[in-house]
Write a protein of this length. Structure first.
Length: 364
């Protein structure tokens, strides 16, 4: 089998919104963008991956199309470890983080999709199997900046069956409103999105101590201030989580060596795909750090995260942005039921995307 084509496909999926409009980077958020990586082979098996894009989708799409993709045409897609090594070693001078690593991540996910399809197994079985048919999801609320709205969204998510809630807020009155809605039975986490200095984060962690948060995520800027995170962790009663902005194994190694986190959050669309995120799981176990991947995606990035977590020894909650769509290319398999995700049982990642939906949503 040989790889014959690598194609980046950017789709835009509009959100179904009520009177509360979320924000991202100071602007209203009305949709989500997903950069798919489609890998075709000469035996007719097609793999689907996802590369992190966000606001930088043009750079990542270019990296897939012009840098990463051409280097693997004609290669055997089953030789995943060798392809990964060749790409990382051959392209390290383009950066150990950013668009090129994101592109490698999308390709790797697609190669694992092909590998599992080739043997007729769902990916998690290829990774070691699992006795679990479902995994708990956690509702990762978008940012609203309004205590009443956040309390309402938190209550809605709980009514839909979620038993874990995460906020993207950093004001005490908003966090407290969500905590009041959660009570003592529903766990609450807070992603602060890197707003504070170390001293400011220490002060906030003390202010929030009575709320007994499940974790405080990325409270410090810059996100790679490992020493600062370690200092905060030593003083915080709540566990400290970070890692979504790390894009290579060795940076996670330094994070763990610094004692900076109790919960590591590698992102499968940023770290190098399935191949690399499995290394972070092993590294976390060796260092006594719990790995809970960052996965606010709606396609192969989410599906691959579910498979990797299903094959892990401990039960791991799956992050899912708390939002709705009128239609999705990946259908019901990306929607939790009563707060739980079904582990896909079809060969590969799951059901392939609906190409009619992709045609309607494609923007590049």
């Amino acid at each position: 089998m040989k790889i014959t084509r690598v194609e980046p496909i950017l789709i835009r999926t509009p959100l179904v919104l009520d009177d509360a409009v979320p924000h991202a980077s100071g602007a209203p958020k009305n949709d989500v963008h997903t950069l798919l990586v489609k890998v075709e082979t000469d035996e007719g098996i097609t793999g689907w991956g996802e590369a992190f894009s966000n606001a930088g989708w043009m750079a990542t799409r270019t990296a897939v199309e012009q840098i990463v993709g051409p280097r693997v045409i004609g290669k055997d897609p089953s030789q995943i470890a060798q392809i990964q090594a060749d790409l990382h070693r051959g392209l390290y001078n383009t950066g150990r983080s950013g668009a090129v690593v994101f592109a490698i991540s999308g390709l790797d996910i697609a190669l694992w999709d092909i590998a599992a399809k080739r043997v007729g197994l769902p990916l998690y079985k290829l990774l070691g199997g699992s006795a679990r048919a479902t995994l708990p999801g956690y509702a990762s609320l978008l940012r609203y900046g309004d205590a009443a709205v956040v309390a309402r969204k938190t209550t809605e998510a709980i009514q839909r069956g979620y038993r874990l809630i995460k906020l993207h807020e950093n004001k005490t009155e908003i966090v407290q409103a969500a905590k009041n809605a959660c009570g003592d039975k529903v766990k609450l986490m807070v992603d602060c999105s890197c707003p504070w200095t170390v001293d400011e984060a220490i002060a906030i962690s003390r202010e929030w101590a009575d709320m007994k948060l499940a974790w405080i995520e990325e409270p410090i800027y810059p996100p790679d201030d490992h020493a600062g995170l370690a200092r905060l962790r030593a003083l915080s009663s709540a566990p400290i989580a970070a890692g979504e902005n790390i894009s290579n194994f060795f940076e996670f190694k330094r994070l763990f060596e610094a004692g900076a986190v109790g919960i590591a959050q590698p992102s499968i669309t940023k770290i190098g795909g399935v191949t690399e995120i499995r290394k972070i799981f092993a590294l976390g176990e060796a260092n006594g750090v719990v790995v809970v991947p960052h996965s606010p995606y709606f396609g192969p990035g989410l599906l691959a995260s579910i498979h990797v977590c299903a094959a892990a020894a401990r039960e791991i909650p799956i992050e899912r942005y708390y939002c709705d769509f009128a239609e999705s290319a990946f259908g019901e398999q990306i929607i939790p039921k009563n707060g739980d995700f079904a582990v896909p049982q079809e060969p590969g990642l799951g059901k392939d995307p609906d190409m009619a939906v992709i045609a309607r949503q494609r923007v590049a």
